[in-house]
Each structure stands twice: as structure tokens, then as C-alpha cells.
Design a protein around this ligand. Structure first.
Ligand code: AVJ
Length: 320
């Protein structure tokens, strides 16, 4: 009999312990993003099946002038981006704001310091006119301290349908935190992937080349690396479901056989029955009614929205 460790050395350790000793088992998707996970996600964004990136890029390209005018309507601002990543899509908007000679600073926030430094360097080369200040941290932590590094009107940017990783309850909490950091002059510009042909969604999260599989399995690889465990990733399959009623895409890792895995750093042995699952991620899909409801619950209002030609994806502007 193993005993529950009384102290964990990190939130990662504690969350892995909790998730793998629960029934049914789960792991938190935020832990996919170590250096290898960041790279795999970049590869996902470049795959043809992962339509989200191109949809949002096209929305920004097509509507950049209108979007720029709306966000600059009340004059100078700090453009604060949560989860900036490689900034590929944001650069379309940044370029437009610079071309229009608007007075703004760009404050990208990301959990990954290396991703931020790459972004900062690429901006120096591509759009040197921009005043950039990078900030490493998680969404929630940095939102709490927003006032410490921004004292201007705020335009908050959350692209990529990143909110989709949150259950509605947590999405409302996230939106409410943003709302509480906003004044009546501030704006929130956010991307929401829309409900669509279920097959299109399944293909985006279960590509034939196996990039998403590797991305999902990186949770196990990371546990092996950081917590001295012996997961054999070949003994698990990547499984994706989409419920068209709730709009929830769910990722799992399913054990192909009866097996035991040692996680030495946690002093834990985890048993898997054949075909037992680990739930790893949700990627929520939305429609206007759900976005309106989330906004209302969080004390926000939709000012306007922009969509691509197929209505696969939508960017909404919210006010307090
Ligand atoms: C980064 C949360 C937007 O859910 O679409 C991509 C992550 N997972 N493929 C998403 C992801 C599997 C992605 N987000």
C-alpha cells in the first residue's frame, strides 16, 4: 500500500497525483505545453486539418481595418494579449495599427518564456516601430496584476479559441476576471471556434499524421521525464469524441491493455484496466447563444463580431 504524499514539490506533481488516483482518471491539458508540447502545438497550427488558425487569420486579414478602428476609437491604448504564442495572427493586426499610426503598446503574456522571447525578436525584425513589453505568466496570475504594468486604456486580446479548454463554469470565471480588470472604456477581443460539421471537428483533433496524438501523449512523456515514470506511450491510443449537443470535443488516452505504471517521484503505482481511459482535454465549440450567455454571466456585453465565410469561427468584441 502506498501512502498519499503529504507534500508535493509543485502544482504539476499534485495535479498528476490527483488526476491519476481519481476515477475516472484525468490529466490537465495545460501540462501538455512544455518545450516539446509548444513545438507540437505549432505543428498542429500548421496542419491543414486544424482549420482554426486559418479561419482566424482570414478574419483578421479581411477585417483588420474595421477592427483597428473600433479598438482605437477612444484613443491610445495598451494591447494586452493573453496566450500570445508565436504571434502569427496578431502581427496582421499589429501591422495595421502601425500603418494607421495609432498610439499603442503591445504587451504579450504567455506561459512560455522562450515563446515570448522568440516573439519579441521577430517583432524587432518585422515591425520595429512597435513598443513591446513581454510578460511571462499564467492568465489568471497576470490578470490579477494587470494594473501593475498597464496604466492606459486596455484592449485585451485572446485569440485561438483558447477559452475552449475551459468548462463553461471556468470560462465564466475567466471572463469575469477579465471583466473585473476592465473599465468602461476597455475592450476584450476574443476568438470562439463555432459548432460545425462534427466530422470537420473530429478531423481537426485526430489528424491522420498523428501530430495531435503525439501532442496528447506528451502529457505521459512529460510525466516520464519530470516525475521519473515509465509510461510506454505505445500502450495508449489517442481517442477523440465530439458531442454535437453540448459542442464539446473531448480527448482521451485509452489504455490498450491491463498495465501498471510506476511514477517514482510520486511514490505511486498506477494500474490501468484494458480500455480504461484518461481524459486529457476539452475543446469547446460555441454558437452565438452560448457566447451571449457566457458574456452575460461574466458581466460583459457583445459589441460586435466578425466571422469567416463558412462561419466556422468567430471573433467577438466585448465591453463591460
Ligand atoms: C490551444 C486550446 C485552442 O483546443 O483547439 C489543439 C489545443 N488541442 N489540438 C484547441 C489543441 C488539440 C487548442 N487550443
Amino acid at each position: 500500500m502506498k501512502t498519499t504524499p503529504t507534500t508535493f514539490q509543485s502544482a504539476f506533481e499534485e495535479d498528476v497525483y490527483k488526476g491519476l488516483t481519481s476515477f475516472p482518471k484525468y490529466l490537465l491539458s495545460k501540462y501538455i505545453y512544455d518545450e516539446k508540447g509548444d513545438k507540437l502545438f505549432q505543428q498542429i497550427m500548421a496542419m491543414p486539418e486544424y482549420y482554426l488558425t486559418n479561419c482566424e487569420l482570414n478574419i483578421l486579414k479581411k477585417h483588420k481595418s474595421a477592427i483597428a478602428e473600433i479598438i482605437n476609437k477612444k484613443g491610445g491604448f495598451d494591447l494586452i494579449e493573453l496566450g500570445a504564442g508565436d504571434g502569427k495572427k496578431t502581427k496582421v493586426l499589429l501591422k495595421e495599427l502601425v500603418d494607421k499610426e495609432y498610439d499603442f503598446n503591445y504587451l504579450p503574456i504567455d506561459i512560455s518564456q522562450s515563446v515570448l522571447e522568440e516573439l519579441e525578436n521577430s517583432l524587432k525584425n518585422e515591425i520595429p516601430e512597435i513598443n513591446v513589453k513581454i510578460q511571462q505568466g499564467t492568465y489568471f496570475k497576470t490578470l490579477e496584476n494587470l494594473a501593475d504594468y498597464s496604466n492606459r486604456r486596455k484592449v485585451i486580446l485572446v485569440l485561438g479559441s483558447n477559452i475552449g479548454n475551459l468548462l463553461h463554469e471556468n470560462a465564466i470565471e475567466f471572463l469575469r476576471n477579465i471583466q473585473e480588470a476592465m473599465t468602461a472604456e476597455d475592450m476584450l477581443f476574443m476568438g470562439f471556434d463555432q459548432k460545425k460539421d462534427p466530422q470537420k471537428i473530429l478531423d481537426a483533433y485526430n489528424d491522420a499524421t498523428g501530430i495531435t496524438e503525439a501532442f496528447n501523449k506528451n502529457l505521459l512523456t512529460r510525466i516520464n521525464k519530470e516525475l521519473d515514470a515509465d509510461f510506454n506511450t505505445d500502450n495508449f491510443i489517442h481517442w477523440e469524441t465530439y458531442d454535437p449537443e453540448s459542442g464539446t470535443a473531448k480527448s482521451f488516452l485509452v489504455s490498450k491493455e491491463n498495465q501498471k505504471v510506476a511514477i517514482n517521484k510520486l511514490d505511486l503505482e498506477v494500474s490501468f484496466d484494458a480500455w480504461e481511459s484518461i481524459h486529457t482535454e476539452i475543446s469547446q465549440k460555441y454558437d452565438d447563444a452560448v457566447v451571449e450567455w457566457l458574456a452575460k454571466e461574466a458581466g460583459l456585453e457583445i459589441q460586435t463580431s466578425f466571422q469567416d465565410n463558412n462561419n466556422y469561427y468567430k471573433n467577438y468584441i466585448f465591453r463591460k
